[in-house]
Write a protein that binds this ligand. Structure first.
Ligand code: PLP
Length: 377
């Protein structure tokens, strides 16, 4: 029986268009070389950059290729004089641990019980230091719950306070509109592998030139117009752009299709196990994400049980699974630690089907019954 891959928020399987683009570009030359081979490679990189810039709505020379979202966050979140960093409590570890502000210059902005940034708390944090320039790091959608964040509203508040918004659009791009115009953000970053491109590449994009860093994080041969040293990953960038172009073209249709599948799964879970808690279900969520907990059943045990049955899903965020620590996102939403310890995440994507959804519910019923029986004995 074919395995069911329901862990797109950890990484999406490579889209066939991306695979083709990668393979076609694997033999490319060095984009910095002036000969024909170099120029052909340069064209691949620049065409990819144009595609990404167009999707985000900024000029191509404001898009920098990086190795992924983690490098993007580390690059964008370096302090300049007078700045103070505000971090949404649900941000990914690459933001929470990857910035280089000193501890005294950082404040956390809380979430509401549905996993959305608390705008009242944002105003309170801003009022603490009116003389500092606020930099708000806020994701467009959360990787664990799918909760869509009020980026545009937050940006209005932060802009009025003279600050800027750095937006992690990793989980939102291909699921909701993520351009600069749609989000109101000043800086956006993306990761290729989350939208069906190859791993190891991503984009850091700026709305305005003056926001671009004075110094590269990785210095070297002056590549990326001196914003990021190192020979460009030509094949990965070509694959990234191919995946992004397809994801954006299919965004609305895919979201409608996956939203129906997600709702079908949610209804099925509640029918089989009425005690199931669904997280962020009163918030707008990305259509592909379903975070839930069956109280009393340990998430790590369930993940292993599903794996044996041929289903790949995740407990909390994949980047932190392996460490069995409770999710900081659920904690910030006020979820009790024992419930958070049972949290699972199903995340769907371009290859997910209704037939997989039906099989998943059959497997869930089986695993749930088995676990409950074990608990009773
Ligand atoms: N931001 C979010 C919301 C994520 O979900 C992830 C990966 O899980 C990252 C950032 C890190 O992305 P990358 O693997 O490209 O460094």
């Amino acid at each position: 029986m074919r395995r069911i891959y329901f862990d797109y928020n950890a990484t999406a399987p490579l889209r066939p268009v991306a695979r083709d683009a990668v393979i076609r570009a694997l033999d490319a030359g060095n984009p910095s070389s002036v000969h024909s081979e170099g120029r052909a490679a340069r064209a691949l990189v620049e065409n990819a950059r144009v595609a990404i810039a167009r999707a985000l709505g900024t000029p191509a020379d404001r898009v920098v290729f990086v190795s992924g979202a983690t490098e993007a966050a580390a690059t964008a979140l370096r302090p300049r004089a007078g700045e103070r960093l505000l971090i949404g409590a649900g941000e990914h570890a690459c933001v929470q641990a990857g910035h280089s502000f000193s501890a005294g210059d950082v404040a956390t902005v809380g979430l509401d019980p549905q996993g959305r940034l608390d705008l009242g708390d944002l105003r309170a944090r801003l009022a603490e230091a009116p003389d500092r320039r606020p930099i708000l790091a806020l994701q467009a959608a959360n990787n664990e719950t799918g909760a869509v964040q009020p980026v545009a509203e937050a940006a209005e508040i932060v802009h009025a306070a003279g600050g800027i918004v750095v937006c992690d659009a990793v989980q939102a791009f291909s699921r909701i509109p993520c351009s600069f115009a749609a989000t109101g953000a000043d800086v956006l970053f993306l990761s290729s592998h989350k939208l069906g491109g190859p791993k190891g590449t991503g984009a850091l994009a700026y709305l305005r030139r003056d926001l671009m860093p004075e110094k590269a994080l990785i210095r070297g041969g002056g590549q990326e117009r001196s914003f990021r040293g190192g020979t460009e990953n030509v094949a990965a960038n070509a694959g990234f752009a191919a995946a992004l172009t397809e994801a954006e073209a299919r965004r609305e249709a895919e979201s409608a299709r996956l939203g129906q599948l997600r709702d079908y799964l949610q209804a099925g879970l509640l029918e089989i196990a009425p005690e199931t808690a669904i997280f962020a279900d009163e918030a707008a969520r990305t259509a592909n994400t379903l975070a839930f907990a069956v109280p009393g059943l340990a998430a790590e045990t369930l993940v292993a049980a599903f794996d044996v049955e041929g289903v790949a899903l995740s407990s909390g965020s994949a980047c932190s699974s392996g460490k069995v620590s409770p999710s900081h996102v659920l904690a910030a939403m006020g979820v009790a630690p024992d419930v958070a310890g049972s949290a699972l995440r199903v995340s769907l994507g371009w290859g997910s089907t209704q037939e997989e959804g039906m099989r998943f519910l059959e497997i869930f019923a089986k695993v749930h019954e088995r676990m409950r029986r074990r608990l009773r004995t």
